[in-house]
Design a protein around this ligand. Structure first.
Ligand code: NDP
Ligand code: A1CAB
Length: 266
């Protein structure tokens, strides 16, 4: 198995490192194409794979090409890539927004899988949803699924258009989680804790709450109710969240992320 990754930033390397860790590809068979010199030099130093700075005929010999540049950089990538693609190669895009049809047209090439991962893939704890062009065969879909499984969980979507909602929900989701935690820590600091004590209180609370949610047979509403004693402190917080429309604000943010994914396709 030979793999090329075009754009070796956060997500490209999260994938590359998982493939290496699970022996799905050997470093000498991993072509890392990174335009950014500083990043390329770091990857060279780390001996992360065969590091190059441009798309070349080397790409013609790989089985799988992963597109992990920012969507805005894709037009220049497709112009270069299309001349080197050979029949039978599989192209896996993790770029937000850009639909399979558009990738097929820009590359004049049919075998495209589109996936939306998230950064916990760095730890093998990612969540990725993916969809496939109708031209891609079952064995290639399985191949992509096996590779994605090395980065965490994978779900196959029959309906590609849902990938934009996935982007808003789980693709960007880690940032919402960190945003929530940051604001809780800041509230702790505002109430007089030093930053490290506030961080400990908040992070352990979130960790314990996550496991409680996963192991409990109660619904989320019931779990909230179990914390919110009648006339107590949690109720005061929840009342304020309601007045400030925190939940609705969060949902609006997620819809905005989804809408931006749709926009990036244009
Ligand atoms: N970060 C995330 O949480 C997620 C990101 N994604 C998607 O993954 C893709 C990559 O995101 P992310 O890893 O965060 O981005 P990064 O900016 O970290 O990585 C992209 C890398 O590609 C380089 N690059 C740009 N043009 C080329 C080119 N022509 N050839 C080779 N390399 C090039 C960039 O260089 P330079 O910086 O100099 O431009 C950069 O180093 C995006 O499309 C994003 O939508 C999907 C899910 C989650
Ligand atoms: O912010 C972004 O555009 C990318 C896609 C999902 C997460 N990061």
């Amino acid at each position: 198995m030979k793999i090329a990754i075009i754009g070796c930033g956060n997500m490209g390397m999260a994938f590359a490192n998982s493939f290496i860790q699970y022996n799905l590809v050997k470093k000498e068979d991993l072509l890392l194409i990174e335009k950014n010199k500083e990043r390329g030099d770091i990857l060279q130093e780390q001996k992360a794979g065969v590091v190059v700075d441009t798309i070349s005929e080397k790409i013609s010999s790989v089985n799988l090409v992963i597109l992990s540049v920012k969507p805005q950089d894709y037009p220049s990538v497709s112009d270069e890539l299309k001349q080197y693609l050979r029949p039978g190669q599989l192209v896996l895009s993790i770029m937000a927004g850009i639909p399979i049809k558009k990738i097929q047209e820009s590359l004049s090439y049919p075998l495209i899988i589109r996936a939306m991962p998230n950064t916990p893939a760095l730890l093998g704890m990612g969540m990725t949803a993916f969809a496939s062009a109708p031209e891609v065969g079952l064995s290639d879909i399985r191949l992509a699924e096996n590779l994605i499984n090395s980065t965490g969980r994978a779900v196959f979507l029959e309906e590609e258009s849902l990938l934009d909602a996935v982007t808003g929900l789980s693709g960007s989701g880690p940032a919402y989680f960190f945003y929530l935690i940051k604001n809780m820590i800041d509230a702790g600091i505002a109430m007089g804790f030093d930053p490290s004590m506030s961080a400990l209180l908040v992070k352990q609370t979130m960790l314990g709450s996550y496991h409680l949610m996963q192991t409990s047979d109660k619904s989320l509403d019931e779990l909230i109710q179990a914390v919110a004693s009648k006339g107590g402190t949690t109720e005061a917080a929840l009342k304020t969240f309601g007045e400030k429309e925190v939940g609705q604000g969060l949902q609006k943010g997620i819809f905005a992320a989804r809408d931006r994914a749709v926009e990036l396709a244009k």
